[in-house]
Design a protein around this ligand. Structure first.
Ligand code: ZN
Length: 257
């Protein structure tokens, strides 16, 4: 599933391609998206990331809010033919933007533009003191908390594993047992890891492709995710995998306490 770096990559690429351009047509191929109406003739005035969602802002105060979920992709397509698994097409004077989504879980909402809560986003107005005040006494395991979109926007399984590994924090630690220093470490590494991932246009281990259909390069930066049985680059011990909330967590028992 696309996380913060992948969605940020798409938003930056979309900004360059569609900002200031008028929607000349919209065609829905999937009944699940039949509610997409009345966007023809409107101009895109901005593209912003809201957590893991893409917010396309229109000139009439409305937003197209896209959540890609499992296999959704946005694809900039120059030719007229329709890519396989297309669910929706928006046309900008000769250029087409397709929502391609084999498993059809992606959602699209057309609604009044609402500014997202920037306090939950570590690249916006995130404030560590506020975060600790609201979440620092929770009895939730730290990795589950980091993936809770109500607490923190944009972080999912891959980056939560990587961040906790670099911070040396065990994924099953209860949030309430973490010191301020440990939270600082987590968010310091989070910023660093996510910045690199944005620069590398995301992690392509399965479906992720950018707006132009290209793979990201951050999969070569992963130190622990998907590395069960490999040797830890820091201590030489074996990387382990456990299940947390139905997802695989990868960690090093030697380095993460
Ligand atoms: Zn280790």
């Amino acid at each position: 599933m696309p996380e913060l770096p992948e969605v940020e990559t798409l938003c930056r690429q979309l900004q360059k391609m569609i900002c200031g351009r008028k929607i000349s047509a919209s065609k829905v191929y999937d009944d699940k998206l039949a509610h997409i109406k009345n966007i023809r003739g409107k101009t895109v005035i901005g593209v912003e990331r809201q957590g893991k969602m893409i917010d396309i802002l229109l000139d009439d105060g409305m937003s197209i809010l896209i959540h890609l979920r499992m296999t959704g992709r946005l694809l900039w397509h120059e030719s007229a033919d329709k890519p396989k698994h297309s669910r929706w097409k928006i046309t900008f004077a000769g250029n087409n933007l397709f929502l391609v989504d084999p498993r059809r879980f992606a959602t699209v909402k057309i609604l009044k533009t609402v500014p997202c809560d920037p306090g939950r986003d570590i690249f916006k107005k995130f404030d560590l003191t506020n975060f600790i005040k609201s979440n620092g006494c929770r009895k939730t395991k730290v990795k589950i908390l980091m993936m809770d979109q109500k607490a923190l926007a944009g972080i999912g399984n891959i980056y939560a594993c990587e961040i906790l590994y670099r911070a040396g924090i065990h994924p099953e630690r209860i949030a309430a047992t973490l010191s301020e220093d440990e939270w600082e470490k987590i968010f310091g590494h989070a910023k660093e890891i996510l910045k690199v991932a944005i620069k590398k246009r995301g992690t392509s281990i399965s479906d992720w492709r950018d707006l132009f259909g290209l793979k990201g390069q951050n999969q070569h930066e992963l130190k622990v995710y998907g590395q069960e049985g490999s040797l830890c680059l820091i201590c030489g011990g074996k990387i382990c995998r456990i299940k947390q909330g139905g997802r695989s967590t990868f960690y090093c028992p030697g380095c993460q306490k």
